[in-house]
Design a protein around this ligand. Structure first.
Ligand SMILES: [Zn+2]
Length: 377
């Protein structure tokens, strides 16, 4: 019994060492065995053995050598970034975006098309065409593709297989097997905001706690606690779009009045410019009085929503989605509006604009497969 326990403990240590060595190489390029020894405080034979094994499995590779001329040169190693890849799809009312990501989380191919969502064979075939397009664009080896994550504007069951609330696309009850009818890889469904929030955490690994707000044609939200998405008891957490900010206010698609969604959705702004958000921001830059009025109202409502979130969670608030793409230069203005509402602090440094722009949802849906694979190394 004691022997068995000791053996198990040794195996665990071996696995931890292997994972740590791989993760170190994933985050830092061109490290020598000596660098790994120093950074992880492991002995050289352990490092040598693991590097050899990881190399045999095709997960890391030699990447040249370093050292003084005349002295002995040391080989340096990198991970094989595309030893595994994953594909992500973002489905919205009128568009499909597909991306391929590698083991570092980098988007290595992206394809976006205009295509109206419908529950039809033709639509599901279109998804598979898009998957094949990114495979070709990124020159992916099919046997290295871990899976295809599909981000959708709906709430998803814990097994990632069914949409259990899908008012936005009127697709409640749709299953993953319908979406993936023509996709010859493992697939999983993800809530769009959770997928995008996940991508942001990947891009910023030191983020422990955060609330991600997706300011797209609908509002979504994602709660990240200790680096993990907090889904809630009924998988409905983070639905900031349906927090009431104006009593008996504007009607929301959910059937209630005064929700954040009808005040902070991107469509509030793009309605001024025939649905084109880019045109709205061009108009705003040209100081169009109409655009300025609309933008001020928008920022005031957003400030209320953001402040409410910060009061509840006291953590970093990341603003993403369609509007997030344009927010960088208006962040100071928003910060001023948020600050004035906070009774405790006048520091609004917790407010950030997203790292990923248009491809966050698709990337996040793919990254779930990448993360699962890395956990097995
Ligand atoms: Zn609502």
């Amino acid at each position: 019994m004691v022997m068995k326990e000791k053996r198990t403990a040794n195996m665990e240590i071996k696995k931890i060492n292997r994972t740590n060595i791989y993760q170190l190489l994933r985050k830092n390029s061109s490290l020598s065995r000596r660098d790994v020894v120093n950074k992880l405080q492991l002995c050289l034979p352990t490092v040598t053995q693991n590097i050899m094994e990881l190399q045999e499995e095709g997960l890391i590779e030699e990447a040249g050598s370093v050292g003084n001329t005349g002295g002995r040169r040391a080989k340096v190693y990198d991970i094989v970034r595309d030893a595994r890849t994953a594909i992500g799809i973002d489905i919205t009312k009128n568009h499909i975006t597909a991306v391929a990501v590698d083991l570092t989380g980098a988007v290595i191919a992206c394809e976006r098309i205009r295509c109206k969502f419908e529950k039809s064979d033709a639509y599901y075939k279109q998804l598979s065409v898009l998957v094949e397009t990114v495979i070709e664009k990124a020159k992916l080896k099919r046997e290295h593709i871990l899976g295809v994550g599909i981000g959708v504007p709906g709430l998803i069951t814990a097994d990632n297989q069914t949409v259990f609330y899908g008012e936005i696309l009127d697709f409640t009850g749709t299953t993953c097997s319908e979406f993936s009818k023509y996709i010859p890889f493992q697939t999983a469904l993800y809530n769009d905001a959770n997928a995008a929030g996940y991508a942001e955490i990947w891009a910023n690994e030191e983020t422990i706690n955060a609330f991600y707000v997706m300011l797209s044609n609908n509002i979504g939200g994602s709660v990240v606690i200790n680096g993990q998405i907090y889904s809630g008891d009924h998988l409905r957490s983070g639905e900031v779009g349906h927090i009431t900010i104006v009593q008996n206010g504007k009607e929301c698609y959910c059937g209630q009045k005064g929700c954040v969604d009808p005040y902070c959705a991107a469509t509030v702004l793009s309605s001024l410019t025939n649905g084109n958000l880019e045109d709205f921001f061009l108009l705003l830059k040209k100081k169009s009085p109409e655009a300025i009025v609309l933008w001020n109202e928008y920022l005031d409502h957003l400030a209320v929503a953001v402040n409410n979130l910060h009061m509840l969670f006291d953590c970093k608030i990341i603003l993403g989605g369609y509007v997030g793409e344009y927010l960088d230069e208006y962040l100071d203005d928003l910060v001023q509006r948020v600050k004035s509402r906070n009774p405790f602090t006048h520091d609004a440094g917790y407010l950030e604009v997203c790292c990923y722009k248009t491809e966050a949802i698709a990337a996040g849906a793919a990254l779930n497969f990448i993360a699962s694979f890395i956990n097995t190394i």
